[in-house]
Design a protein around this ligand. Structure first.
Ligand SMILES: Cc1ncc(COP(=O)(O)O)c(C=O)c1O
Length: 403
């Protein structure tokens, strides 16, 4: 991205003046227009949605629903196919618990999933006797669609994979997997936690029935926002999990009937300010342009990989041709948390260290005994200069430990 554009963009995120923020995979800093939209709600029309007839309540309903509309345009679906949740984890749990799985049904997933796309399925195995077929990724953290195809049988009810691995940064062939699911009449769910806002996620292209999104990562929305895309072809298979106010059309002392979608899935008062902010965040990303973001992030990812790989005693995971936005590594023999702490103390560099809530993936790449990995993850606001400083600092640390 051109330097002028980055300078303007960075001015919207004051904390970038203080630190080199390389932890986008955890959450991203919130730009000013998003914060301002939330402040506007709190200062000027703080009221509940869907209930009040007074003007302020009508405005908050209108803005809240407008955010859903903006999001639906961004991922190419209808507004009614966007169900608000508090994060990706809640969206995944809604699918895992809202579908009617029976003993003996099988679910296909990979061994590089985030715990949020692993534990809900393990739990179903424990409680309901469903079978899990766990497909091993290759040494670069990529799942081979033909392995998935071979695992499908007449008991298979759902396939789920991450889009970009949060542990390795490897990009999964979700469109090919979606095609396999479609041809076999099996449901497909994509965990887009690390791709949304970083690259194009078009729900039609993936042929997925469900896609789970965080609002607070690549999409630049506030903490406490996420959503589930649930295609209209699959919505009747999904039971709401959070029943109560806002989810029903009519109630007697013995019966109730559900509201239309998506309201039936959104029980209780929502994070109204958060979703209004998320709508503005999606517009903000749109204004920068996903193609520009993708080009910029690809360039920085390669540079980041190269900087780390050039240092003798580092181990870098994943293949440079097929990672995006995330580079995981270790300095040989040095605990990952120590490296992260030193990066922070020396140059205010924020990276994540540990197992990244993906212990099976960390075992798969052989980093479990090292206390996990150090993970640097970026977004459109990072600069080549920052990556340069990161590389130089890492080299210093590595020398100290005996490169
Ligand atoms: C791939 C992946 N899936 C799911 C999650 C859980 O996301 P959330 O914190 O929004 O629930 C994360 C979080 O980092 C992730 O990286």
């Amino acid at each position: 991205m051109e330097n002028d554009a980055i300078i303007n963009i960075r001015a919207d995120i004051p904390l970038l003046e203080e630190v080199i923020y390389l932890d986008a995979a955890s959450t991203t800093p919130t730009p000013k227009p998003v914060v301002e939209a939330m402040c506007d709600y709190f200062y000027n029309y703080n009221s509940n949605t869907g209930r009040g007839a007074y003007r302020m309540a009508v405005k908050s309903t209108k803005e809240f629903e407008h955010a859903r509309y903006r999001i639906s345009k961004f991922i190419n679906c209808r507004s009614s196919e966007v169900i608000f949740t508090k994060n990706t984890t809640e969206a995944i749990n809604l699918v895992a618990n809202g579908l009617d799985f029976k003993k003996g049904d099988s679910i296909i997933l990979s061994n590089i999933e985030h715990h949020s796309n692993f534990i809900p399925w393990l739990n179903l195995k424990k409680k309901q006797g469903i079978k899990l077929k766990i497909i091993k990724a290759d040494k670069y953290g990529v799942v081979d669609p033909t392995d998935i195809e071979s695992a499908v049988d007449s008991n298979t009810k759902l396939i789920t994979t991450t889009h970009v691995s949060n542990a390795i940064g490897s990009v999964q062939p979700v469109n090919e997997i979606g095609k396999i699911a479609d041809e076999n009449n099996v449901l497909y769910m994509v965990d887009a936690a690390q791709s949304a806002g970083h690259m194009k996620v078009d729900v039609k292209e993936t042929k997925a029935d469900f896609i789970t999104f965080p609002g607070h990562k690549g999409l630049l929305g506030p903490i406490g926002t996420g959503f589930l895309y649930c295609g209209e072809q699959s919505v009747e298979k999904l039971e709401p999990m959070n029943l109560g106010g806002g989810t029903v059309l009519d109630v007697t002392e013995t019966e109730f009937s559900f509201e239309d979608v998506p309201a039936r899935f959104e029980g209780g008062t929502q994070n109204i300010a958060g979703f209004i902010g998320l709508g503005v965040a999606v517009d903000y990303i749109d204004r920068i342009g996903l193609e520009r973001i993708e080009k910029h992030s690809k360039k920085l990812t390669s540079k980041l990989f190269q900087e780390i790989n050039d240092i003798n005693n580092t181990i870098v995971y994943g293949s440079p041709e097929n990672i995006y936005g995330i580079v995981a590594f270790n300095i040989d023999g040095v605990n990952a948390h120590d490296v992260a702490k030193i990066l922070d103390e020396l140059k205010n560099i924020c990276v994540r260290s540990g197992h990244h809530c993906a212990i099976p993936a960390i075992r798969h790449i052989g980093a479990y005994e090292l206390g996990g990995t150090v993970r640097a993850s970026l977004h459109y606001y990072n600069t080549e200069e920052e990556i340069q400083i990161f590389g130089e600092t890492l080299r210093e640390i590595s020398k100290f430990f005996g490169e």
